[in-house]
Structure formats: C-alpha cells, structure tokens
Design a protein around this ligand. Structure first.
Ligand code: HEM
Length: 399
C-alpha cells in the first residue's frame, strides 16, 4: 500500500503534467525567449529605431504588415514568404501587391536576431515586436507582446485575397471580417485607429473622394487635385491629414469632421453604431490608446502556430526546407569544383557562401582568379597560396 500510493500519485501527476504541457504549448507568453534570447527585445527595438528614424512611415508599414499577417491564417509570418515553386504566396495578393512594404526591415531585424540567437526566434514573433515598437516610436501606446509563435511553412494567395477587408467595405462587411477573427466591433474601431499613421494610394480612395456624399467637400476637392478621376493610381495621400507620422487620436477627429481618407474609415462614423465610440476616441486619447493596445494583443493572438507546429524559419522569406534546397545548390556548385592538387585547408569567403575545409575534394587549378556562380550569385575571389588556378566544372554524380 505504502508503495502503490505514491506510484499512483506519480502517474496522476505525470498525466496532469502532460495535459498541462499540451495546454501551455498552445499559449503565448511574454517570457518565452527570456532564457533563450534575452536581448531579443532590445535588438528589435534598436533596428526599428533606425528604420523609423530613417523613414517615419516605416512604423506604419510594419504595423500594417503585422495586421496582414495575422488576418491571413493567423500570425505565422506567412506574409513574409516569397512565392516559390510549391506555392503562390501572399505578397502578390490584391491587398498586398505594390502596397505592403517593410520586408527588407524585417530581414535586417531577423539577421541581427540570428546573429545573437541562431535558429531561436520566429519571424512571426519578430513582426509582432516590430509592429509594437513602430507604434511606440511614433508616439503611440505600448503593450506587452506575448511570444512563442512559430512560422508557417507555406502561404496562400487566395487566403490573403479573401481574408483582408478592402477600402470600399461597408461597416457591416468590416464587422464581419473582424468577427471572423474573433474581434468585435470595438476592436474594429480601435484597430482602425492605426490609420492615424501612414499613407494610401489614390486607387484606394478615388471612389470615396469622387462618389461619396459623407465627405467634407473642401477635403475631397483638395485630394482630387493630386488624385485624378483616372490615372495617378499610385499617388499617395496621408491617412491622417493632420499628423501622418504621429500615433495619436487625430484619425477619429478626422472622421467626426468627415475627413476620413478611405470609404471604410468613414463608415465608422456614418450615423450608425460606431459613432459614439469614434466620438469618445476623438476627444480621449487615453481611451483610444488603451483600447488600441488591448486590441493589438487580441489581434496578435489570432491562430498562432505553437509547440511543434510550424518551424523557426532561418530566413523570413523562405521555409527552411527551401533554404536547404538552396544550400544544396551551393553544395552542388562546391562539389563541381574538383580538387586535383593536394590541399588541406581552403577558406574562401564569397558573400554568403563559405567554402571551408575542402580537403579530400579534387579540383583543377590554372589561373589565380576563380569565378563561381550559384544561382544569381557570382563573384571573383583569390586564392593566394596556390598558383595556376583554373576551375573545371563537372557535375558531381551525388546531385
Ligand atoms: C478596418 C479595415 C481596414 C481596411 C479596409 C484597411 C485598408 C487599408 C488601405 C486600403 C490602405 C492603403 C494601402 C495602399 O493604398 O497601398 C491601408 C493602409 C494602412 N493600414 Fe489599413 N485597413 C484596415 C485596417 C487596418 C488595421 C487593423 C491596421 C493595423 C492595426 C491597419 C494599418 C494600416 C497602416 C498603418 C497603413 C499605412 C501603411 C503604410 O503607410 O505603409 N489597417 N489600409
């Protein structure tokens, strides 16, 4: 008896632990990288500070990038994936093509994070932190970003086309798009306040400034000067005409004055349900800030991949399997270089390509400049110790 009881108890504890583990795996946590990458937040903040100092609009662009990631199959970094032979991704979907920007900033942050904490932090989490930092750097509220998202291995152009609301949406449609992501009308109204920063293209507000009645006439006439009724699709206008690079509540003041840039913006103040909230935010920055921060946390929780789902992508633009295929190509190229002289150590740096310790591999050498090509990559390098270099490219049977 004395022996059986602890065993049973142990079994129960183990079961409870296992159940607990599976629940925990599905949740995000603010301390997820505390041990694994303790400098993560400061690495992201410093790169974002540089990017926003360089171009304040980048704070807006990264925020939108996060929104467009989260609304399409969850906050899983899928928007960052380039199209490849196995899927057509989200970058060229209608709402994103020629519009979403900031991919290069994410690449820079990812490179810095990889340098400090290799293969540890997901692109999805980097984006969540960068979006928060962009808002803060432009004067907006801060919030604690829950972490532990993993990266998708695939992306879907059709999901991007069907999950993101367009600028011509009615209030009812906007509410439906948000409800589909478990975000309520209040979240919709608060999150739309993101349009207090950033720019939109003429093609997205043309119909509003020429055809809608619920727009201030002077405001419409001003915009019509730079956004003609046809042509000039890419001409930009600020989403918040007052303070386009300050994260404040001016967006709501604009709506009350019928100076929302997009049809969808003005729908939030159009004689119906969201009017009271828009008025409240227009006079109370603190209320807006608090609701915006809360809604961002909710948005960041949309269907994350956690536990053993997804992966920690090494390059935000490519799934790891694809990356391996690329390094295989490099290997292929390396193995095409046949070593015929005796050489124990060769270290050649060629951009991202490193040929290291190639002893045992045969190659032919005939001049002192060696030219290699791998996909788009091509460069010259010198091998000083060896005379008479010439490369003979032969395809290794291994590949
Ligand atoms: C409510 C539905 C929404 C619609 C219909 C909508 C639509 C748009 C459109 C059409 C643009 C301009 C794109 C262009 O002309 O290239 C834009 C820009 C932007 N959107 Fe939204 N959006 C919505 C919600 C949100 C949310 C929830 C966020 C973030 C929390 C957000 C953040 C932004 C930002 C920051 C920009 C400016 C980006 C830049 O300057 O690069 N939007 N949005």
């Amino acid at each position: 008896m004395a022996v059986t009881f602890p065993r049973r108890a142990l079994a129960v504890c183990l079961l409870a632990l296992l159940a607990g583990c599976s629940t925990v795996a599905g949740q995000l946590s603010s301390t997820f990288y505390k041990k694994k990458c303790s400098n993560l937040e400061s690495i992201v903040l410093s790169a974002m500070t540089q990017a926003v100092n360089n171009e304040p609009r980048m704070g807006a662009s990264i925020l939108r990038l996060f929104f467009h990631d989260c609304f399409v199959n969850g906050c899983d970094g899928s928007i960052l994936l380039d199209d490849n032979t196995t899927f057509t991704g989200e970058k060229n979907a209608g709402p994103n093509a020629n519009s979403v920007r900031g991919y290069d900033v994410v690449d820079t942050i990812k490179a810095n994070v990889e340098a400090a904490c290799n293969a540890t932090v997901s692109c999805a989490d980097i984006l969540a932190l960068a979006a928060r930092d962009g808002v803060v750097l432009l004067g907006g509220p801060t919030w604690t970003v829950k972490l532990g998202r993993r990266d998708a291995t695939t992306a879907s152009q059709s999901a991007a086309n069907s999950n993101l609301p367009g600028p011509g949406s009615s209030l009812a449609q906007l509410r439906t798009f948000f409800a589909n992501k478990n975000l309520n009308a209040r979240d919709l109204t608060a999150l739309s306040g993101a349009h207090t920063i950033g720019q939109a293209r003429c093609v997205n507000f043309r119909s509003h400034i020429y055809n809608d009645a619920n727009i201030n006439a002077t405001f419409a006439a001003q915009l019509q000067q730079s956004c003609p009724s046809s042509g000039g699709d890419d001409t930009l206008a600020p989403l918040d005409l007052q303070t386009p690079t300050a994260f404040d509540n001016a967006y709501y003041q604009n709506l009350v004055a019928q100076k929302g840039l997009l049809h969808s913006d003005q729908e939030l103040f159009n004689g119906v349900s969201q009017e009271a909230l828009v008025r409240r935010y227009s006079t109370g920055a603190a209320a807006f800030n608090a609701d915006f921060a809360g809604a961002m946390v909710k948005m960041g929780n949309i269907s994350p991949l956690t536990g053993s789902n997804g992966e920690i992508r090494l390059n935000c633009r490519k799934g790891n399997a694809e990356k391996q295929r690329n390094s295989l190509l490099c290997s292929l190229m390396q193995f095409r270089v046949q070593l015929k002289s005796e050489l124990n150590l060769l270290l050649v740096d060629l951009g991202n390509l490193k040929l290291n310790n190639l002893d045992g591999i045969s190659w032919i050498i005939n001049s002192d400049i060696l030219e290699l090509e791998a996909g788009n990559l091509s460069a010259d390098f010198e091998i000083s110790e060896i005379l008479n270099l010439k490369i003979e490219c032969t395809l290794s049977e291994n590949f």
